[in-house]
Design a binder for this molecule. Structure first.
Ligand code: UDX
Length: 451
């Protein structure tokens, strides 16, 4: 008879940047002998193009089974909380009835009501923060009232962090008042019951954010488990994670891989602004001109929903040097020897992925946590440079061209590459058997088994 394995229900917010890291964490738990079920919404499930065959996926309703297009963010959150609390409870009871009782819910920090569900059913609750420790520290500082808003000073001092100017802070803080529901969620709702969670999981690694992790650990018993990157990308000898390549809402295409295979080492610029940021037509045109004048090969991800803004004629003109793709297997791309630099919006996943794979960056943050991540890339980890925008918020073609040339050529580029290699090694150490993140994952699993 099969012995009872600890069973974790993984419950990410239904978005690419949240499902990706939580799915990878789930795989690490599975590798350590835990049974995993991933819960996602019925609508997102329809668009899950590829998910590892070894993970069971179950669906729940968030109240919007046909999608939430046009629904106000606060209405969506409130409905998800009401309907989701019921449907996830039903799922857990169903799993129990079919002989697979759940022991622990690993829930996304932006779904804080899942803690109540876990506690009401007598289960362990582990909260998973998908963003950096630095960003969470800033939000916690707002939550505790130590950082007063609107900002009174031009520089912000927070223990464990370098001095930050307003533009380095997450956009919900620097443009205080512009996104009230998200501001409320990140600086209040996701923090207020955190002390009741049995585990507080951060997708980062100790060496990467040592100082702020030490400061945070004085207040909260956090555990770092990152980088949540499939093992095969960190160590080519490991082939256990082949089926990575989750793609929501965008058709996955591997067409770029044979094209990259034909390019020489470090000759291609990869550009992507992640899964949600919208780039306006003027900015797209500047990117296209920057690529045209830089003369490097390029791979540019423009999501289907954004493609109508592409300057088609210009892109056609430079198509002998590049590919525009609606989506790509980003990790495979970043791990490819042909990639010389990554023009990125600095979403936390993209940032961690580039750091862990040693890829130099040109940072063009758009909103949310990206400005803070970008600040760390340029000033703390020193693995990239910033493409600065003008007074209208547009990064101009000359700036893009110049940033590409700084990173791809010259002395500064070499220094960045050296730093990128250093962080790649440190990420690998954290991840390897006995590394800081690996140890934390082992501890987490032993606690589950003992409970
Ligand atoms: C957003 C925020 O920007 C991010 O900081 C936050 O932590 C989560 O929500 P997103 O804009 O999607 O996320 O960016 P990012 O965090 O970088 O996540 C994108 C993910 O999609 C990455 O894992 C990346 O590898 C993947 N991706 C992106 C692909 O697999 N293919 C692509 O073509 C583009």
């Amino acid at each position: 008879m099969e012995t009872h394995k600890a069973h974790c229900l993984i419950f990410p917010y239904p978005m690419q940047g949240h499902i990706n890291p939580m799915l990878q964490f789930a795989k690490r738990l599975q590798h350590r002998g835990t049974k995993i079920t991933l819960a996602t919404t019925k609508f997102v499930f329809k668009t899950l193009h590829e998910v590892s065959g070894s993970i069971t996926v179950e669906t729940i309703s968030d109240g919007f089974d046909e999608g939430e297009n046009g629904v106000a963010v606060d209405t969506y959150y409130a409905t998800f909380q009401k309907v989701g609390s019921e449907t996830i409870t039903e799922l857990i009871l169903k799993l129990k009835d079919s002989g697979y009782p759940v022991d622990c819910i690993v829930y996304d920090a932006v779904l804080p009501w899942a803690l109540r569900v876990a506690k009401s059913l007598g289960l362990r609750a582990a909260v998973f923060f998908t963003q950096s420790c630095a960003v969470n520290k800033i939000y916690y500082h707002v939550y505790t009232g130590l950082l007063k808003l609107p900002l009174e000073e031009s520089k912000v001092e927070i223990p464990g962090l370098p001095p930050l100017s307003a533009s380095d802070l997450p956009s919900f803080i620097s443009s205080y008042g512009s996104y009230p529901p998200i501001f409320q969620l990140v600086t209040h709702d996701q923090m207020k019951n955190i002390h009741e969670a049995d585990s507080i999981i951060y997708n980062t690694f100790y060496k990467l954010e040592e100082e702020v992790i030490d400061w945070t650990s004085r207040i909260l018993p956090i555990m770092t488990i990152g980088p949540t990157i499939p093992s095969m990308y960190l160590d080519k000898r490991l082939q256990d994670d082949k089926q990575y390549g989750l793609s929501l809402f965008n058709p996955m295409t591997n067409a770029c891989m044979p094209w990259l295979n034909e390019r020489s080492t470090s000759s291609v610029v990869y550009i992507s602004f992640g899964s949600i940021a919208e780039v306006d037509a003027e900015q797209m045109e500047e990117v296209a001109w920057g690529l045209r004048t830089s003369n490097y090969y390029f791979l540019w991800v423009v999501r289907e929903s954004e493609s109508n803004k592409l300057p088609k004629d210009l892109v056609k003109e430079i198509s002998d040097r590049g590919l525009v793709s609606s989506w790509c297997p980003q990790l495979e791309v970043l791990a490819h020897k042909s990639i010389g630099c990554f023009i990125t919006h600095c979403g936390w996943n993209s940032t961690l992925e580039a750091l862990s794979l040693g890829v130099p960056m040109v940072v063009m943050p758009r909103w949310t946590d990206q400005s803070t991540n970008a600040k760390f890339v340029t000033d703390i980890w020193k693995t990239g440079i910033k493409a600065r925008s003008d007074e209208n918020g547009i990064v101009r073609r000359d700036v893009i061209r110049q940033c590409i040339s700084v990173v791809m050529e010259g002395e500064k580029g070499q220094e960045i590459r050296k730093n990128a290699d250093k962080w790649k090694d440190l990420a690998r150490h954290a991840f390897d058997e006995g590394g800081s993140s690996d140890k934390n994952i082992k501890d987490f699993v032993s606690k589950l088994i003992q409970s």
